[in-house]
Design a protein around this ligand. Sequence first.
Ligand code: ADP
Length: 409
Amino acid sequence: MKVFEKDNAILKMLSEAVSEGLVIIDGNQTIVSTNKAAEDMFGYAGKELLGKHLDILIPKNYHHSHHTYVGEFITDADKRQMGHGNNLFGLRKNGKTFPLEAGLNPFQIKTKVFVMALVVDITKRKEQEQRILDLNSDLEKRIKTRTQELEKTVDKLEFEIIKRTEAENKIKQALKREKELNELKTKFLSMVSHEFKTPLSGILTSTILLSKYHLTEQQEKRDKHIRTISEKVHYLNNILNDFLSIERLDTGKENYNMTTFKLSKVINEVVYNANMLLKSGQNIHFPSEIDDYQITMDEKILELSLSNLVHNAIKYSPEDTPIEIDLEKNKSHITIHVKDYGIGIPLNAQKNIFSRYFRAENALHNQGTGIGLNIVQGHLKNIGGSIHFKSEENKGSIFTLILPINCAL
Ligand code: ADP
């Protein structure tokens, strides 16, 4: 204390000149000098702090760590900044603590060690820091909430987009179906007008001619015209039956009558009827020993399918070529092949061959409606069978029916 009193005036002047709080302690951590800023900061008046232990300015729970720290500091005296990074607190006279930053400056007067602590009250800075931290965490929270909201909106939007795309696709499909239906109608009308015109004008011609044969000996001519008329009526009747068949297939109203019968019965009938259509030099070859081929299915459907294939084979192949029917059988299915050596189906038409009203370019000079194969395919699908073909233009075609031995609905 005495050392300080000596130079009191100079010290006073110096210590009052610094804006930080200044506390000088001796080697026992006893306060030997303070400036006004330090007194104001800690809430003491005048010389009140002099002679008190440094602990008076430090909250109780920090005493221990401070003792060690300041002790160590005095031993290897060195200028150091306290309170950077580690949180230091001061204790005001009124018992309130406050954050502070302290720079420690050791010095010696004669043999005595002193430490001058320059103390800054950082309450405001800490408050600002805290405010910034609060603001930051508030901002983070808001960003989080916004992000979540955004994510929800994005999810909703995505859902909305998916729904819209689905709706769009449905509309597109409906439009496509509508377009296809329109195309079918157009094809149907052009086919009807074309296919009906020729036989009808044939019937008309025969009727006109018929009326001209009055004499008894002209009976042969009359018969010829009556045959023509009946053939053409038959043909038109077949087309109309096909239309009715389509209608029933489309509306799912087709009723199948499953019975068990010998395959040879149907094949014989089909071949017998087809013989009348054969061109000159055409023959139908079919297996004769097939009596053990029994099948359970709708007999009419088998007859319709097989005669369709045989009639096409006759129609689309030239004179003097054979038409071959072959059978195969395994445990569950009977396979029937109908082979011809005719005009064949051009490669680019093959994918459409089962489409309704479709006719390949090379078939157009033969009469036809493009309905038959479509109907056969429809029926076979319904009863668990199928139809396939292999064909090469100008070489011929093989159409194949695969039928379950026991068609069950
Ligand atoms: P249609 O014979 O009355 O035109 P189909 O539905 O029976 O109708 O046949 C569709 C089309 O398939 C035919 O127009 C023809 O182009 C082709 N086709 C069918 N069978 C044969 C065949 N054996 N040889 C060549 N082309 C065929």
